[in-house]
Ligand binder design. Structure first.
Ligand code: CA
Length: 234
């Protein structure tokens, strides 16, 4: 598996590169934001991008946004400070996960495998005949497109996975734990506040906050009778 490592600090990058190589990854290391953009534009496509936020030339948040415009490859943000994490999720950068320095190689490898598994295991749709054209909300797992009231809505990968999970059974309550397990991963030790941040940005993008209901103390569900439908995916 090809990993693009964007890290300016040699004392972090070198051991990481060796460790990842031992785990069977092929690592392309870039020390600058411009190098990373160039590599994504012209190099062999990586399967995962590890992105240090503190780079000498481009602000990490800006770089994440630019990478997201170039590619759908999962991005794992590497941050030195825990309090940057709120910005990572809050700014809707489209990052798929993050790790806070210092982190262990084993943890990082687990995160890499989890994000790449999720991006390559997108369920296969039976096809467009499943689309219900009368529905207010259409979630197409095959193309990862979302249409609300006839309007295309662009979601981050996590927002899409969250909505697709809720859309499996409109009206049924999905517990916070189940969402964290299925949309993040069972080894998620980050703040559960991440989920609330994603729900609020999802509501904002859907344009009708009532579509995603909060069931206090339990979790969330798609509004019953909202005519929400999803594409049967198995
Ligand atoms: Ca750095």
């Amino acid at each position: 598996m090809r990993v693009l490592l964007v890290e300016d600090d040699d004392t972090i990058a070198s051991p990481l590169q060796r460790g990842l190589a031992r785990e069977g990854f092929s690592v392309d290391r870039q020390a600058t934001g411009n190098g990373a953009l160039e590599s994504v534009r012209v190099g062999a496509a990586p399967e995962v991008i590890l992105l240090d936020l503190g780079l000498p030339d481009i602000d990490g948040f800006e770089l994440c946004r630019e990478l997201r415009q170039l590619t759908d490859v999962p991005v794992i943000v590497v941050t030195a400070r825990g309090d940057e994490v709120d910005r990572v999720v809050g700014l809707e950068l489209g990052a798929d996960d993050y790790v806070v320095k210092p982190f262990g190689l084993r943890e990082l490898v687990a995160r890499i495998r989890a994000v790449s598994r999720r991006s390559s295991n997108a369920p296969i749709s039976n096809g467009s005949e499943d689309l219900d054209h009368d529905a207010r909300l259409v979630v197409d797992r095959r193309t990862r497109e979302v249409v609300v009231d006839g309007r295309d809505v662009a979601l981050t990968p996590k927002e899409f996975d969250l909505l697709a999970l809720l859309a499996e059974d409109p009206g049924a309550v999905c517990s916070r734990q189940r969402i964290l397990d299925e949309v993040w991963d069972p080894h998620w030790y980050g703040p559960t506040k991440t989920l609330d941040v994603h729900v609020s940005s999802l509501r904002r993008k859907l344009g009708d906050p009532a579509l995603v209901e909060t069931i206090r103390g339990v979790g969330y569900r798609l509004q019953e009778g909202s005519a929400a439908r999803h594409v049967v995916s198995r």
